[in-house]
Write a protein that binds this ligand. Sequence first.
Ligand SMILES: Cc1cc2nc3c(=O)[nH]c(=O)nc-3n(C[C@H](O)[C@H](O)[C@H](O)COP(=O)(O)OP(=O)(O)OC[C@H]3O[C@@H](n4cnc5c(N)ncnc54)[C@H](O)[C@@H]3O)c2cc1C
Ligand SMILES: Cc1ncc(C[n+]2csc(CCOP(=O)(O)OP(=O)(O)O)c2C)c(N)n1
Ligand SMILES: [Mg+2]
Length: 573
Amino acid sequence: MERKGAQIVWEVLANEGVDVVFGYPGGAVLPTTNAVTEYPIHFVLTRHEQGAAHAADGYARATGKVGVAMATSGPGATNLVTGIATAMMDSSPMVCITGQVNSTAIGTNAFQETDVTGVTLPITKHNYLVTRAEDIMPALREAFYVARSGRPGPVLVDITKDAQNGVVDWEWDDTPITLPGYRPDLRAVPAEYERALDLINSAERPVILAGQGVIMSGAGERVIQFMEKANIPAAITLLGIGGIPASHPLNLGMMGMHGEAWVNIAIQEADLLLAFGMRFDDRVTGNLATYATKSRKIHVDIDPSEINKIVPVDVGIVGDLGETLDRLIPSLEHRDRSDWLAFIDSARDDSALRDIQRTNSGKLHAPHVIYDLWKYTDGNALVVTDVGQHQMWEAQYYLHEHSRTLITSGGLGTMGFGLPAAIGARFGRPDDEVWAIVGDGGFQMTASELSTCAQEGIKINIAVLNNYFLGMVRQWQEFFYDRNYSVTPMRPPDFVKLADAHGLVGLRCERREDVEAVVREAQNTEGTVVIDFQVEKEDSVYPMVPAGADLHKMIRRPEPTAEAAQSAKTTAK
Ligand SMILES: Cc1cc2nc3c(=O)[nH]c(=O)nc-3n(C[C@H](O)[C@H](O)[C@H](O)COP(=O)(O)OP(=O)(O)OC[C@H]3O[C@@H](n4cnc5c(N)ncnc54)[C@H](O)[C@@H]3O)c2cc1C
Ligand SMILES: Cc1ncc(C[n+]2csc(CCOP(=O)(O)OP(=O)(O)O)c2C)c(N)n1
Ligand SMILES: [Mg+2]
């Protein structure tokens, strides 16, 4: 049948199971954005292309499916860049489709011409420039395949306007895709499983390091089986949160810069580390020269380039984590590790949850808000965060039981991610209670997307932890720059009025005793709600491993005064 290139774009998307696309129109993509009305695909008009990219990313992380963003050439395409880099760092499967000037005009500095395949080369898993209508289907099919297979990631397809307008004879082709040189299904050889099993079964102080690969592989249940059968505790990365339930007795909690003290101590004292789908980010290891020097190491990762990249390992197993665990679990031996577990327990003296009770000073602290949110959402919300102190407190105080219930920008740490990613998550998981937890700084970077929420009539609860500071940077200034608060104080707008200006409900909360009431009101209000939580201005996230310091040398929360300790005792819930 005859089809225009623009129609082929939507035909392929529909065949790939896409039901929502986030984007923004413009001249070079107009043939395609106009043709969407013929297809059962919802086009969400964001207020900025960055919002579209984060929304597609949020959708992908919430569902495990490929998220799709669309933009015009030139400024539209370059506005996607931060969102693409964010997805690349956190291995989120995404296809970005951009319009490009006519093929005959390429290289002439034509109106709104940018070499977007050049610009995005280092921040995409792969990208394509398509100049003929007949090449649109193969390129897009490959793009979906590459985005979702192996280690997922963003793929960009740049399509010239004449290719979108070209008319060709078209038919859906579903022959399986093979790409020369692309091997997303590598597997370890049996000898490596044997070597791994020897190390595991003879270890006395093992710790699993569970990363986002647990979630991406859908291997959470098998990791728990592994932990229980071999009686091995697990530490989790920021992006691994939810992969194994927070309540599992062998789940120690988050590792790294703002991880729990006992977790970092356990890692430093371990005699075997089992890295499951995590990539030893510098926020996780601290000083590499002193990182986990007492341990042998096994690394399971689907991407061979991750093995021995940062931390040299004794056994590297390339392959899908779930499949690898299927091979290992039957041969695991159960061992008594009571001494080791007791040692880790003994380091729990300064637990974050006890911290939160000790700082119960009657003022509104951001960790209190998050802890209370966890309580009043029964720990069941799908939480999307922005980047900063509030993000770390979320990781510490909101206890996640399920995969894909925390969406956060880890590797790039992109401020402005929270609200648009929550919009994407909302479309991916229409039945979940979605909360965006954002800072006053990051929220302002993409707050224009409130307008998208209003136009789409969607419900997101937005908790702005408003400390009148770029809090995380202020914390570094407090610790390392003699409290020289240069360019970090913020005078934000009135967020209640901002919500109101968008036809949305805005609420304000200044005291801890009012947290429940505003949370309940937000839950019971139709449509998106913004809550301005006026939190303590100069609060810090503890513990903290200073960048590049030894993992066990953490800055700890100062001891509370006798008076504060007494008040905490009487008010702690
Ligand atoms: C302000 C701030 C502070 C931070 N502090 C911390 C901190 O204290 N602690 C912390 O942990 N992080 C912290 N981070 C996040 C940190 O920067 C990294 O993003 C995070 O540690 C990466 O986690 P990961 O390695 O599990 O995930 P990713 O970076 O997503 O890596 C996942 C790995 O799994 C592999 N994989 C994918 N699919 C599969 C599969 N099917 N099978 C096997 N392997 C697979 C991938 O190839 C990849 O190597 C912080 C970020 C910010 C912005
Ligand atoms: C786009 C971008 N610019 C700058 C930074 C550096 N940065 C990291 S955290 C932070 C402060 C965030 O402030 P806010 O959003 O108010 O959150 P808070 O830390 O106060 O909770 C900054 C500026 C960043 N991560 N992303
Ligand atoms: Mg702030």
